[in-house]
Design a protein around this ligand. Structure first.
Ligand code: IMP
Ligand code: MG
Length: 185
Protein backbone atom coordinates (compact mmCIF):
# COMPACT_ATOMS: atom_id res chain seq x y z
CA UNK A 1 0.00 0.00 0.00
CA UNK A 2 1.27 3.47 -0.83
CA UNK A 3 2.28 6.19 1.57
CA UNK A 4 -0.35 8.76 2.57
CA UNK A 5 -3.14 6.21 2.68
CA UNK A 6 -4.75 6.00 6.13
CA UNK A 7 -6.90 2.94 5.46
CA UNK A 8 -8.48 1.02 2.66
CA UNK A 9 -12.27 1.22 2.64
CA UNK A 10 -12.86 -1.25 -0.18
CA UNK A 11 -10.27 -3.56 -1.69
CA UNK A 12 -9.87 -4.10 -5.41
CA UNK A 13 -11.61 -7.48 -5.02
CA UNK A 14 -14.55 -5.93 -3.17
CA UNK A 15 -14.88 -3.21 -5.80
CA UNK A 16 -14.83 -5.72 -8.69
CA UNK A 17 -17.37 -7.97 -6.99
CA UNK A 18 -19.73 -5.08 -6.27
CA UNK A 19 -19.39 -3.61 -9.78
CA UNK A 20 -20.31 -7.04 -11.18
CA UNK A 21 -23.43 -7.13 -8.98
CA UNK A 22 -24.55 -3.69 -10.02
CA UNK A 23 -23.83 -4.47 -13.69
CA UNK A 24 -26.04 -7.56 -13.39
CA UNK A 25 -28.83 -5.45 -11.87
CA UNK A 26 -28.55 -2.94 -14.71
CA UNK A 27 -28.44 -5.68 -17.37
CA UNK A 28 -31.64 -7.14 -15.95
CA UNK A 29 -33.38 -3.77 -15.77
CA UNK A 30 -32.54 -2.83 -19.38
CA UNK A 31 -32.98 -6.31 -20.86
CA UNK A 32 -33.97 -6.18 -24.53
CA UNK A 33 -32.90 -2.53 -24.87
CA UNK A 34 -29.79 -0.56 -25.69
CA UNK A 35 -28.22 1.56 -23.00
CA UNK A 36 -26.15 4.71 -23.27
CA UNK A 37 -23.68 5.23 -20.41
CA UNK A 38 -22.66 8.84 -19.89
CA UNK A 39 -19.47 9.30 -17.91
CA UNK A 40 -18.42 12.47 -16.14
CA UNK A 41 -14.71 13.15 -16.80
CA UNK A 42 -12.40 12.35 -15.31
CA UNK A 43 -13.49 10.68 -12.09
CA UNK A 44 -15.98 8.19 -13.53
CA UNK A 45 -13.73 6.78 -16.27
CA UNK A 46 -12.36 3.80 -14.32
CA UNK A 47 -15.77 2.86 -12.93
CA UNK A 48 -17.52 3.34 -16.26
CA UNK A 49 -15.18 1.06 -18.16
CA UNK A 50 -15.43 -1.70 -15.53
CA UNK A 51 -19.21 -1.35 -15.47
CA UNK A 52 -19.54 -1.31 -19.27
CA UNK A 53 -17.52 -4.49 -19.62
CA UNK A 54 -19.75 -6.32 -17.16
CA UNK A 55 -23.09 -5.16 -18.60
CA UNK A 56 -24.65 -7.68 -20.97
CA UNK A 57 -27.07 -5.47 -22.94
CA UNK A 58 -25.70 -3.47 -25.91
CA UNK A 59 -23.97 -0.37 -24.58
CA UNK A 60 -22.95 2.96 -26.08
CA UNK A 61 -20.72 5.36 -24.19
CA UNK A 62 -20.24 9.10 -24.25
CA UNK A 63 -18.49 11.56 -21.94
CA UNK A 64 -18.86 15.08 -20.71
CA UNK A 65 -16.62 17.19 -18.52
CA UNK A 66 -17.66 19.76 -15.97
CA UNK A 67 -16.11 22.49 -13.93
CA UNK A 68 -17.50 22.51 -10.45
CA UNK A 69 -17.02 24.96 -7.64
CA UNK A 70 -18.87 23.00 -4.98
CA UNK A 71 -15.65 22.28 -3.08
CA UNK A 72 -14.94 25.94 -2.36
CA UNK A 73 -15.21 26.92 1.24
CA UNK A 74 -16.27 30.55 0.77
CA UNK A 75 -19.79 29.44 -0.02
CA UNK A 76 -20.27 32.09 -2.71
CA UNK A 77 -19.84 29.72 -5.62
CA UNK A 78 -21.23 26.65 -3.89
CA UNK A 79 -23.16 24.44 -6.23
CA UNK A 80 -22.06 26.23 -9.38
CA UNK A 81 -21.39 23.81 -12.18
CA UNK A 82 -20.87 24.27 -15.91
CA UNK A 83 -20.22 21.95 -18.82
CA UNK A 84 -16.61 22.26 -19.99
CA UNK A 85 -16.87 19.53 -22.65
CA UNK A 86 -20.25 18.43 -23.96
CA UNK A 87 -21.39 15.02 -25.20
CA UNK A 88 -20.44 14.09 -28.76
CA UNK A 89 -23.94 12.90 -29.68
CA UNK A 90 -27.59 13.64 -28.93
CA UNK A 91 -29.42 11.44 -26.41
CA UNK A 92 -32.96 11.96 -27.68
CA UNK A 93 -35.16 8.84 -27.26
CA UNK A 94 -32.31 6.86 -25.74
CA UNK A 95 -32.14 5.02 -22.43
CA UNK A 96 -29.45 6.94 -20.60
CA UNK A 97 -27.57 6.15 -17.41
CA UNK A 98 -25.44 8.91 -15.92
CA UNK A 99 -22.34 7.30 -14.41
CA UNK A 100 -20.67 9.16 -11.53
CA UNK A 101 -17.65 8.55 -9.34
CA UNK A 102 -19.35 9.96 -6.24
CA UNK A 103 -22.52 11.78 -5.32
CA UNK A 104 -21.59 14.09 -2.48
CA UNK A 105 -23.55 17.32 -1.98
CA UNK A 106 -25.63 16.42 -5.04
CA UNK A 107 -25.08 19.75 -6.82
CA UNK A 108 -23.17 18.25 -9.74
CA UNK A 109 -25.60 15.41 -10.23
CA UNK A 110 -28.66 17.62 -10.04
CA UNK A 111 -27.24 20.02 -12.60
CA UNK A 112 -26.36 17.19 -14.98
CA UNK A 113 -29.74 15.51 -14.55
CA UNK A 114 -31.56 18.73 -15.36
CA UNK A 115 -29.36 19.40 -18.38
CA UNK A 116 -29.67 15.88 -19.76
CA UNK A 117 -33.40 15.65 -19.06
CA UNK A 118 -33.89 18.70 -21.26
CA UNK A 119 -32.51 16.78 -24.25
CA UNK A 120 -35.40 14.33 -24.39
CA UNK A 121 -33.94 10.95 -23.45
CA UNK A 122 -36.38 8.03 -23.32
CA UNK A 123 -35.25 7.40 -19.75
CA UNK A 124 -32.59 8.83 -17.48
CA UNK A 125 -31.03 7.09 -14.47
CA UNK A 126 -28.09 7.61 -12.13
CA UNK A 127 -25.44 5.06 -11.27
CA UNK A 128 -22.65 6.00 -8.87
CA UNK A 129 -19.65 4.16 -7.54
CA UNK A 130 -19.82 5.96 -4.20
CA UNK A 131 -22.59 7.68 -2.32
CA UNK A 132 -21.79 9.98 0.60
CA UNK A 133 -25.37 10.73 1.48
CA UNK A 134 -24.52 12.23 4.89
CA UNK A 135 -23.24 15.30 3.02
CA UNK A 136 -26.20 15.69 0.69
CA UNK A 137 -27.49 19.26 0.30
CA UNK A 138 -29.79 18.78 -2.70
CA UNK A 139 -31.74 15.57 -3.13
CA UNK A 140 -31.11 13.48 -6.23
CA UNK A 141 -32.61 10.10 -7.12
CA UNK A 142 -29.69 7.62 -7.12
CA UNK A 143 -30.85 4.48 -8.94
CA UNK A 144 -27.71 2.37 -8.52
CA UNK A 145 -24.89 2.75 -6.00
CA UNK A 146 -21.99 0.44 -5.35
CA UNK A 147 -21.02 1.71 -1.90
CA UNK A 148 -22.23 4.13 0.74
CA UNK A 149 -19.21 5.83 2.39
CA UNK A 150 -18.59 7.78 5.61
CA UNK A 151 -17.78 11.49 5.72
CA UNK A 152 -14.09 11.23 4.82
CA UNK A 153 -12.25 12.26 1.66
CA UNK A 154 -11.45 9.21 -0.45
CA UNK A 155 -9.25 8.42 -3.44
CA UNK A 156 -8.83 5.59 -5.91
CA UNK A 157 -10.94 3.96 -8.63
CA UNK A 158 -11.01 7.27 -10.49
CA UNK A 159 -11.24 9.61 -7.50
CA UNK A 160 -8.36 12.04 -7.09
CA UNK A 161 -6.64 14.33 -4.66
CA UNK A 162 -4.96 17.07 -6.71
CA UNK A 163 -5.24 14.80 -9.77
CA UNK A 164 -3.33 11.97 -8.10
CA UNK A 165 -4.42 8.47 -7.01
CA UNK A 166 -7.08 7.94 -9.70
CA UNK A 167 -5.32 4.77 -10.82
CA UNK A 168 -5.51 2.95 -7.46
CA UNK A 169 -7.57 -0.22 -7.79
CA UNK A 170 -8.95 0.16 -4.26
CA UNK A 171 -10.83 2.96 -2.51
CA UNK A 172 -8.95 4.52 0.38
CA UNK A 173 -9.08 7.31 2.94
CA UNK A 174 -6.15 9.73 2.75
CA UNK A 175 -4.17 10.69 5.84
CA UNK A 176 -5.55 13.80 7.46
CA UNK A 177 -2.00 15.24 7.60
CA UNK A 178 -1.88 14.88 3.85
CA UNK A 179 -5.10 16.86 3.45
CA UNK A 180 -4.18 19.58 5.94
CA UNK A 181 -0.40 19.97 5.68
CA UNK A 182 -0.41 23.16 7.76
CA UNK A 183 -1.81 21.23 10.72
CA UNK A 184 0.82 18.51 10.73
CA UNK A 185 3.57 18.66 13.37
P1 IMP B 1 -20.93 17.20 -5.50
O1 IMP B 1 -21.39 18.18 -6.53
O2 IMP B 1 -20.69 17.83 -4.18
O3 IMP B 1 -21.83 15.98 -5.39
O4 IMP B 1 -19.46 16.79 -5.91
C1 IMP B 1 -19.14 15.70 -6.62
C2 IMP B 1 -17.72 15.81 -7.14
O5 IMP B 1 -16.77 16.25 -6.16
C3 IMP B 1 -17.29 14.43 -7.54
O6 IMP B 1 -17.64 14.14 -8.87
C4 IMP B 1 -15.80 14.46 -7.28
O7 IMP B 1 -15.10 14.90 -8.42
C5 IMP B 1 -15.60 15.44 -6.16
N1 IMP B 1 -15.48 14.74 -4.87
C6 IMP B 1 -16.37 14.75 -3.85
N2 IMP B 1 -15.94 14.01 -2.82
C7 IMP B 1 -14.74 13.50 -3.17
C8 IMP B 1 -13.79 12.62 -2.49
O8 IMP B 1 -13.97 12.14 -1.36
N3 IMP B 1 -12.66 12.33 -3.20
C9 IMP B 1 -12.42 12.82 -4.45
N4 IMP B 1 -13.28 13.63 -5.11
C10 IMP B 1 -14.44 13.97 -4.48
MG1 MG C 1 -11.83 15.73 -8.41
Amino acid sequence: MIENIERVLFTEEQVSARVAEVAAEISEKYRGRELKLIGVLKGSVFFLTALARAITVPVKIDFLAISSFSGRSDGAAQGMVRIAKDLDDPIQDEDVLLVEDIVDTGFTTRYLLQTLAGRGPRSLGICTLLDRSVRRIVQVPVDYRCFEIPDRFVVGCGLDYKQLYRNLGYIAVLNREMMNPEKSP
